[in-house]
Design a protein around this ligand. Structure first.
Ligand SMILES: Nc1ncnc2c1ncn2[C@@H]1O[C@H](COP(=O)(O)OP(=O)(O)OP(=O)(O)O)[C@@H](O)[C@H]1O
Length: 308
């Protein structure tokens, strides 16, 4: 059984189809990245999974259950929406203790202390949340979402509005949670770099449909289209003229002193280097490169914008 299952899900608002026959699964213990442009329907999908919104057609399951109809299963799930769900005038510890009561956490005092330490806010435990930075509130929001030790946690844009340092803290925290608490993490995010670093699997939603659903490793693998980046000493403007016509070079581009080639065969890298050296180019560095998740995302979203 998967932690999350979405089958043939469709939902429209005011006659506009937002989700059209969306299907994907998330395995237990995975960190799953749900990607898509603004308004694609990511939050809508989470709301349907949580049982807060009914689908038009299709079926969703979390931990094998329909959360709309199952209070026990709902207690095994955590959620962080963008507003963090915190009360500004209460302290960090006060907020967590309040929610620990709501969730009937067995060991509230210990759990609150443990989580404040985990998110690095133990020394600010008695300060009102209203005095916290955006990043501190987000970390406390994550602590709130996982207080009751959920098996699956939904994090809707956990890094939005955070500076790079705070984004990194949140990223490390998610990895730590997944490792320490063995939680399945469902992450809605626009931060493709973050997703590439921490997610095992992703789905790309655009134009109402799932455009890609695979492991990050498979999606970004260089094996399908092996690519190489060559740093040249001096300008590389003519490099494409030299190697662009070679039979094993399928694509070629130059940006300043960087030459990037996609090859038909990874074994052709030494031939490419020999061709460049033979033509008088001096090479500083050669790196095999896989495609970034951003490139793949742009490709799929661009294609989706071209048609349904
Ligand atoms: N209750 C609602 N009534 C009408 N339209 C809605 C409702 N909820 C969502 N929508 C519309 O559905 C679309 C998808 O919204 P959703 O919030 O799911 O997108 P998203 O992918 O999470 O976007 P973002 O990345 O900007 O947060 C939007 O056009 C939104 O206006």
């Amino acid at each position: 059984m998967n932690a999350v299952e979405v089958r043939g899900l469709s939902r429209s608002f005011d006659g506009r189809d937002i989700l059209r026959d969306v299907s994907f699964t998330v395995g237990h213990g995975e960190i799953f990245g749900y990607l898509g442009p603004n308004g694609a329907g990511k939050t809508t999908t989470i709301r349907i999974l949580l049982g807060l919104l009914a689908p038009d057609t299709g079926e969703v399951r979390v931990l094998g259950r329909d959360l709309a109809a199952d209070d026990d299963a709902r207690a095994r799930v955590g959620v962080l929406f963008e507003n963090n769900g915190l009360v500004d005038r209460m302290s960090a510890a006060g907020n967590l203790t309040y929610y620990a009561g709501l969730y009937s956490v067995d060991d509230p005092a210990e759990r609150v202390d443990e989580l404040l330490a985990l998110v690095g806010l133990a020394d600010r435990r008695d300060d009102p949340v209203g005095t916290f930075s955006t990043g501190m509130k987000r970390k406390l929001g994550i602590a709130r979402a996982i207080l009751h030790r959920p098996e699956v946690v939904f994090l809707d844009e956990p890094s939005s509005g955070l500076d790079p340092g705070a984004q990194r803290m949140v990223r490390d925290l998610i990895l730590e949670l997944s490792r320490r608490e063995e939680m399945t993490v469902f992450l809605n995010s626009h931060h493709l770099d973050e997703v590439q670093r921490i997610c095992s699997t992703v789905a790309i939603l655009a134009g109402g449909r799932i455009r890609a659903f695979d492991s990050v490793e498979n999606l970004t693998a260089a094996s399908g289209r092996p690519a190489v980046t060559v740093a040249l000493a001096g300008a590389g403007a003519r490099a494409c003229e030299t190697v662009g016509g070679l039979p094993y070079v399928t694509e070629c581009g130059v940006d300043g002193d960087r030459l990037r080639c996609t090859l038909a065969d990874p074994a052709a890298i030494p031939d490419l280097i020999a061709a460049l050296v033979g033509a008088g180019f001096r090479i500083e560095e050669v790196r095999r490169s896989s495609r970034s998740l951003e490139e793949i995302y742009i490709e799929h979203v661009g294609r989706a914008e071209g048609g349904p």
